[in-house]
Design a protein around this ligand. Structure first.
Ligand SMILES: Nc1nc2c(c(=O)[nH]1)N[C@H]1C(S)=C(S)[C@@H](COP(=O)(O)OP(=O)(O)OC[C@H]3O[C@@H](n4cnc5c(=O)[nH]c(N)nc54)[C@H](O)[C@@H]3O)O[C@H]1N2
Ligand SMILES: Nc1nc2c(c(=O)[nH]1)N[C@H]1C(S)=C(S)[C@@H](COP(=O)(O)OP(=O)(O)OC[C@H]3O[C@@H](n4cnc5c(=O)[nH]c(N)nc54)[C@H](O)[C@@H]3O)O[C@H]1N2
Ligand code: SF4
Ligand SMILES: [Mo]
Length: 742
């Protein structure tokens, strides 16, 4: 029998010939008439809120019937939602009414932890939950030092203040798996601060996607913008190993070999510079380093890139010329595209995206990548000036101090947390506070479970009894976002400053407390209450709005639930680098010892005889990470995840549609159902993230599908430093696998 690698390569031959054919020029947007909807009941109240399922935070209107949310709509005056939501937003109220929600504070009575172990939950009062947590945290602090307490949370003012008050520098954040590559490259080469969160995709005329797949994820504004642009005559070319919805809507789908987009980008950069097709005015006025870049890319011919990527040289040349000569053109990027933290070379690819956009004059210009025009919110520390904090150790478990570009942002530590705990490097961790982060999201999840077992005490704030909750000693139940009040700033697609009201849909269903109150409760129990004197979320929102010349009362009274400061778009003339220009040859990267221009580097794992297939990770349009598999509406649409294979590959492996298969990597293996399609490269297997729950308290989610993250090896800080990657990204999909019948 042929080796596994040969099987995949053999099947790839025919596939690529057909896959690369440009489709007909008109995008295939489906305009079929829909079935009429049933008669509507009488809506008794409508409440403004903000979707918290993903960080786009679309503004929504919740229609209430008989005291319950009956329907959710997009707020038409919100520049993000534009009157629509995605399926995750529309279905989000089912999580509010999920009977499995955590209804009161709990403590575990069984000291044993892990999958299959009953924690022996006991209901406790809020006082006891705070006391127990305060006592355990203080014990760890006294015995092992404040740095032995780790916060494993999303960025949040209250948590940061508590961490500082305790004196721990360890705030682990998940962004090294989400978008840290883009954060690092934009900081270094363009902004000096963060990355942009907007694409003026609506006005683009040429959309060149290297794995940018947000329309396929239903991301509301990206999907609306993409469809609008296509209907408006834009041309879209999509490089993706999988025929996703974004690719299917495009004019052309190019099934590139995984992890090789960098080669194609480098060849395109070379051609655009050598043929002088770049936007001369923009490049001259707003960029530096063209000559150095030109010299550095001369070896990257289209023929060279073809050998690496399997994209014909003629296609690379044609697309590069089209991209450079159609205006406005854009290489859109969001988070986990080919320039995201998927593969070893992700940050280089992300930098190549910036260069391609700069060469065609599409940075902060109409139809290009645009910086968000946010409201200037008064920072937390200005509203509530801090007391003096104790000195904290400089050395962190995340290795923050070892990454001069991404370290100061603190957006790292997720991929290295297991190794740091298990190896006690650079020192032991004893206690953890977790909020809104699940076990399934960490590379090699079973190893993270082992790391959590090693800790003396884990406190978790959550809504549903997911896997992280099963590992907790104390559980703090939070309200669902539809039960919360306040306001949210527009960030994604914020063409002008705008703030949206959050008005609860009704009284809280259970004995829950908001995140801020939980943090303050723990602080008081630790004897650190003085750091939160007069601090509250309500006061913060009100003070911030007052500083903008409004107030919570005014926002509540507004007819559309929005505060807006609509002003015309003024393109940026200066950037945040040392030269105040976009640096095509980055002096900041150079200063810190990183490659100052993107140069070729392959992904880390390549197919071998043992593991012949690339693992491709994606998300289902209807699911949100690992938090929607217990949502009854979503599960009707997408009841499980699959190992999606090309029909030809499956045939050679003796696998039929619907067969149970094993997907195995060098670290673990998972069982999934096979789904066979033609629109995927034969050397790939694609798995949707979010499934594989082992918490028995999740009635619908338990035991369904598999977690592809189990297959991905974790990392130590040392390995990341050795990789000379300024983003400290964890290559969350950089693994090869084999697939066989279970
Ligand atoms: N429905 C839904 N939407 C979401 C989320 C969700 O959970 N569900 N989560 C949000 C969050 S936090 C994030 S990070 C984003 C993530 O959303 P995306 O940034 O779209 O990332 P993925 O969903 O992982 O999809 C990655 C895409 O890259 C393609 N790909 C993989 N390898 C390569 C390659 O080598 N080259 C090229 N060209 N393409 C490749 C895959 O086929 C896939 O289409 O989505 C956000 N939106
Ligand atoms: N294997 C694998 N790992 C990944 C990724 C992948 O594609 N594959 N993607 C990476 C990316 S891009 C991201 S953004 C991260 C996301 O990683 P996580 O942020 O860990 O996302 P989830 O897996 O959805 O876990 C969210 C947890 O928050 C809880 N939760 C939901 N809403 C609330 C709330 O309002 N309050 C509180 N307290 N808890 C709440 C849920 O019940 C769940 O336990 O995962 C990363 N890790
Ligand atoms: S894109 Fe969807 S999930 Fe994200 S905020 Fe908007 S409606 Fe919610
Ligand atoms: Mo993400």
């Amino acid at each position: 029998m042929a080796s596994g690698a040969a099987v995949a390569a053999g099947a790839a031959g025919n596939f690529l010939l057909s896959g690369c054919q440009p489709k007909e020029d008109k995008p295939a947007v489906d305009e079929k008439p829909r079935k009429p909807l049933p008669a509507e009941p009488e809506v008794t109240a409508s409440k403004f809120n903000v979707c918290n399922v993903c960080s786009a935070n679309c503004a929504m209107i919740c229609d209430i019937v008989d005291g319950k949310v009956w329907r959710i709509r997009g707020n038409p005056d919100d520049q993000v939602a534009r009157g629509r939501l995605c399926v995750k937003g529309y279905s989000s109220y089912k999580m509010l009414y999920d009977p499995d929600r955590i209804k009161f504070p709990m403590k575990r009575t069984n000291p044993e932890k892990g999958p299959g172990v009953d924690p022996g939950w006991v209901k406790i009062s809020w006082e006891e939950a705070f006391e127990l947590t305060g006592q355990k945290f203080n014990e760890a602090k006294e015995k092992y030092g404040p740095e032995s307490i780790v916060f494993f949370t999303r960025p949040h003012d209250f948590a940061v203040r508590l961490a500082k008050a305790i004196g721990t520098p360890n705030l682990v954040r998940h962004l090294d798996t989400c978008y840290t590559t883009h954060e690092a490259t934009w900081r270094a080469a363009v902004t000096g601060t963060g990355r942009p969160w907007m694409l003026d995709i609506y006005n683009a005329k040429y959309i060149l996607s290297f794995g940018w797949d947000q329309p396929a994820k239903g991301k509301n504004m990206s999907a609306q913008g993409y469809i609008h642009a296509l209907n408006n005559g834009a041309r879209a070319v999509v490089f993706n190993p999988v025929l996703t919805a974004t690719a299917a809507l495009a004019n052309e789908w190019i099934p590139i070999k995984p992890g090789t987009d960098l080669a194609v980008c480098l060849a395109m950069i070379r051609l655009i510079i050598n043929e002088e097709l770049y936007d001369k005015d923009f490049v001259e006025k707003y960029t530096t380093g063209l000559e150095e870049l030109k010299a550095a890319v001369q070896e990257y011919t289209p023929q060279w890139a073809e050998k690496i990527s399997e994209v014909p040289a003629a296609t690379i040349e044609r697309v590069a010329r089209e991209f450079a000569t159609t205006k406005p053109a854009i290489v859109p990027n969001h988070k986990r595209d080919a320039g995201g933290p998927l593969y070893f070379n992700g940050w280089r690819t992300s930098y190549a995206f910036i260069i391609l956009n700069a060469l065609v004059g599409s940075i902060d210009r109409e139809g290009g990548v645009v910086f968000q025009r946010r409201s200037k919110l008064k920072p937390f520390d200005e509203v509530f000036p801090p007391l003096e904090f104790p000195a904290a150790r400089k050395e962190t478990i995340m290795g923050k101090e070892k990454f001069p570009i991404i370290g100061p942002t603190g957006k790292l530590g997720f991929v290295t947390v297991s190794e740091a705990i298990l190896n006690e490097k650079p020192y032991p961790v004893k206690a953890m506070f977790v909020r809104k982060q699940n076990v399934l999201a960490v590379p090699d999840a079973p190893r993270f479970v082992e790391a959590l077992k090693k800790l003396d005490f884990v406190a978790v704030a959550d809504i549903l009894p997911t896997e992280i909750v099963q590992m907790a000693d104390v559980v703090f139940p939070e309200p669902h976002f539809l039960e919360t009040s306040g306001m949210t700033d527009r960030v994604y697609f914020a063409f002008y400053p705008q703030i949206a009201l959050k008005d609860p849909v009704g009284d809280p269903l259970y004995d829950t407390k908001g995140y801020g109150s939980i943090i303050i409760g723990i602080a008081k129990a630790m004897g650190l209450g003085q750091h939160f004197e007069g601090v509250s979320g309500t006061k913060l929102a009100d003070e911030q709005l007052k500083a903008l010349g409004s107030s919570m009362d005014e926002l509540k009274a507004s007819p559309n639930g929005l505060w807006s400061d609509q002003k015309p778009f003024k393109p940026r003339e200066e950037f945040g680098t040392p030269s105040k220009k976009i640096e095509l040859y980055s002096t900041v990267l150079k200063e810190h010892g990183y490659d100052p221009v993107p140069t070729w580097q392959p992904k880390r794992e390549l197919p071998s005889d043992t593991y012949p297939l690339y693992l491709i990770v994606t998300r289902h349009a209807a699911h949100r990470m690992s938090e929607s598999q217990n949502n009854e509406l979503v599960m009707q649409v997408a009841p499980e995840n699959f190992a999606t294979l090309n029909k030809a590959t499956a045939q050679q492996l003796g696998i039929k549609d619907g067969d149970e298969v094993m997907v195995e990597s060098r670290v673990n293996r998972i069982t999934l159902k096979a789904r066979l399609i033609e629109g995927i490269r034969p050397d790939c297997v694609c798995v949707e993230h979010g499934f594989g729950h082992w918490s028995k308290d999740l009635t619908l989610a338990f035991g369904v599908g598999g977690n592809e993250g189990d297959l991905v090896p974790g990392f130590s800080v040392e390995e990341l430093v050795a990789a000379k990657d300024p983003s400290a990204s964890g290559y969350m999909s950089d693994v090869c696998v084999k697939v066989y019948k279970a």
